[in-house]
Design a protein around this ligand. Structure first.
Ligand SMILES: Cc1ncc(COP(=O)(O)O)c(C=O)c1O
Length: 371
């Protein structure tokens, strides 16, 4: 036992890291003669676009500290990119704050907003596990809201996520507007995680900052990631934007806390947000993989629900989730159990589109052999 006076850390309030419980299925999947096809994590498998790599390297000689607020060039590029890609027109560069990948912001936002014991953080019924982890790190309580359900009194922060991880569901303008209205009723801040906004297939995802959703950005934040849209997961590149006053308060705290995005990554982000060509190419890769995987899953007896956008297929055969996970693992395919995202996911698996073309083809072949 440690002799120090440290008895409890915020980590004690966190559950086991979900993906650690997949180890036994990974071991099984790795025994497949064709090798494992890992579709359990939404990590990019395609290279970082060359102009973005060049932008990263272009400032590799600069040894000074980066600023917490990021370069003016980065913030201007973000504002331009959001206007061009998503029609968000009323942002100022000073409202943009780079973050060290959006997971960092998701995990620390409740703490940075001063939430703690007695506060409630509302998250979607099925959602990315870090919303809950961030609330617990701050010592706040978590409630899961079913579709359209209003947050209870005492809620200080409401997380939205459209397109959703894991379901791929898209909230339309009316649903986004209703969610913001319900949050404002109880005085909660809305944080909309929009990391899959550029990946709409059968629906066009809209931002919470869209003028059709809110006429002013008070108490509303949008969180963006370049991991999925520009393959920058390894660079750790995201940003938060929206309510100018909230952004300034986050900036003030983050300056003290050393939450700075490295200068080369800032340059890479600026290049990524200034160009749409790489995004068009990456979208086409995911669309092609989706077009192969979805029919193969259906032929193997799975129903695919939602999944109209984002990086995943939300599939079920109406059986216990571990039975499905095991069935895939026997075929050398690793998928994520829906229960990682909330109790409502106990009969679903999440199948990521993030395999190389070769790995996706191999998965499709294995699924076809079993149908
Ligand atoms: C909904 C959601 N938010 C945030 C993240 C974190 O992304 P990153 O930290 O790479 O920006 C992920 C990653 O998969 C995600 O699915």
């Amino acid at each position: 036992m440690s002799g120090s006076t440290i008895r409890r850390t915020p980590g004690d309030r966190l559950p086991e890291f979900p993906w650690d419980s997949l180890t036994e299925y990974r071991v099984l999947a790795e025994t497949h003669a064709g090798g494992v096809v890992d579709l359990s994590i939404g990590t990019p498998v395609d290279p970082v676009p060359t102009p973005i790599q060049q932008a990263l390297a272009s400032v590799a000689d600069q040894g000074g500290y980066p600023t917490t607020h990021g370069t003016a060039a980065l913030r201007e590029s973000v504002v331009g990119g959001l206007a061009r890609r998503h029609g968000i027109t009323d942002l100022s560069p000073s409202d943009v704050l780079p973050v060290i990948g959006s997971k960092e912001l998701v995990a620390w936002l409740p703490t940075l907003l001063g939430l703690g014991s007695g506060d409630i953080v509302a998250i979607p019924e099925l959602s990315y596990p870090t919303y809950e982890a961030g609330a617990r790190l701050a010592g706040a309580e978590v409630v899961r809201l079913a579709d359209g359900q209003a947050p209870p009194p005492g809620t200080a922060l409401v997380w939205l996520n459209s397109p959703s991880n894991p379901t791929g569901r898209v909230l339309d303008v009316a649903a986004l507007r209703a969610a913001v209205g319900a949050a404002r009723e109880v005085g909660a801040v809305v944080a909309s995680d929009e990391c899959y906004l550029a990946l709409g297939w059968e629906a066009e995802p809209r931002s919470v900052l869209d003028r059709d959703v809110v006429s002013d950005h008070t108490d509303v934040l949008a969180v963006h990631s370049l991991s999925k849209s520009a393959n920058l997961a390894g660079y750790r590149a995201g940003f938060v934007t929206g309510d100018p006053a909230l952004v300034q308060r986050l900036l003030a705290t983050r300056k003290h806390a050393g939450m700075m995005v490295p200068r080369p990554v800032q340059a890479a982000m600026a290049a990524a947000m200034a160009d749409d060509e790489h995004l068009v190419e990456q979208r086409a890769r995911y669309a092609a993989r989706r077009d192969l995987l979805a029919p193969a899953l259906r032929a193997a007896g799975f129903a695919i629900e939602h999944s109209e956008a984002g990086l995943y297929l939300w599939a079920t055969r109406g059986e216990d989730v571990w039975r499905s996970v095991s069935w895939f693992a026997e075929r050398g395919i690793l998928v994520a159990p829906g229960s990682f995202y909330g109790p409502a996911g106990a009969a679903h698996v999440r199948v990521a589109l993030t395999g190389t073309d070769e790995r996706i083809a191999s998965a499709v072949e294995r699924l076809s052999d079993s149908s």
